[in-house]
Ligand binder design. Sequence first.
Ligand SMILES: Cc1ncc(COP(=O)(O)O)c(C=O)c1O
Length: 372
Amino acid sequence: MSTGVRAVPLARPLLDEREEELVLEVLRSGRLSLGPTIDRFEELLAERIGAPYVAAVSSGTAGLHLLAQIAGLGPGDEAITSPISFAASANCFIFEGAVPVFADVDSRTLNLDPSALEAAITPRTKAVVAVDMFGYPCELDEIRAVCSRHGLALIQDAAESLGAEYKARQVGSHGPSGVFGFYPNKQLATGEGGVVFTHSEREWQLVRSLRNQGRAYEGGTWFHHVRLGFNYRWTDVQAAIGIGQLEKLDRLLELRAAAAARYRRLLEGVEVELLCEDDADHRRSWFVYVVALPGGSDRARVMAELRAQGIGTAEYVPCVHLQPYMREAYGFREGMCPVAEDFASRSLALPFYPQLEAEDQERVVDVLRAAL
Ligand SMILES: Cc1ncc(COP(=O)(O)O)c(C=O)c1O
């Protein structure tokens, strides 16, 4: 580094000898896919989140896609999701031919605003993908009520919220089906991977079949396909990493929460807006550390100054409806979701991971303060 200071990446998983040991066991067993390590991970995660059924898949996106297909989405249908999310929250139903509709977010939580959601419903609406953005649980009860009033399927995109609590219960335990994701920046990091959690045995069986080329969900021979399926299988090597991560998940979440609390203290007096605090109904699982700069700031320059000091940062996150392919395909433009667009124009992520050191956080905040 030209500056001679230590680089601070945006994200980094915390892996140790336990994951190495578990991965070695799988390598030595020769069971690299469809093996017992995946079953074990699924059982442990189901127990942890309080969902009766968990099925591992190759990514959070794959899980969302299967849930969109199981919801019966197809051409001519509309599905509503949040503009403050990752593209996969909408792509999952576009894959099935449905048209994306974006409802604005609540300015405090940055999750779908239930009244904006209800206002976006048309006779063609068939499903809602509700996102727990930045690890903060969405307004599940209100969204569920809207969905049942209008006969809509509900999918919970919990890719970012493993370990969060809504109304004092773990995300995943409430009833709607959803996904978690395990990309390396996530609370539980396995490289790639995800799970579908569900409270429906039928749906669980379908996911197990669809992820495995449409083979019967149990029994059946290798070349016997009962439906059109995908190769959305995970591997036992990734499941081994997942078990190691799950064993220390409480510590990982505590370290993340402690790093977030340190940032909050350090940022006192710095002119940025922070993500909302927990309240009686919502407990965030800390995933990324995002701040919003004051209106009119030159975000590109602030980010360039952070990067020049070896500090990882990113615009977090651009609105999904304003991505080039969305504008092109659906004619979406600025002004459709003003709350989301205002936040997305000002937000940036700071380095954030469990083993982030206090002195690095102090330097990040000093550079940010100076840049502002
Ligand atoms: C909100 C949200 N949804 C879906 C996904 C997709 O997960 P994956 O990267 O595992 O496909 C992500 C991952 O970044 C996400 O943050």
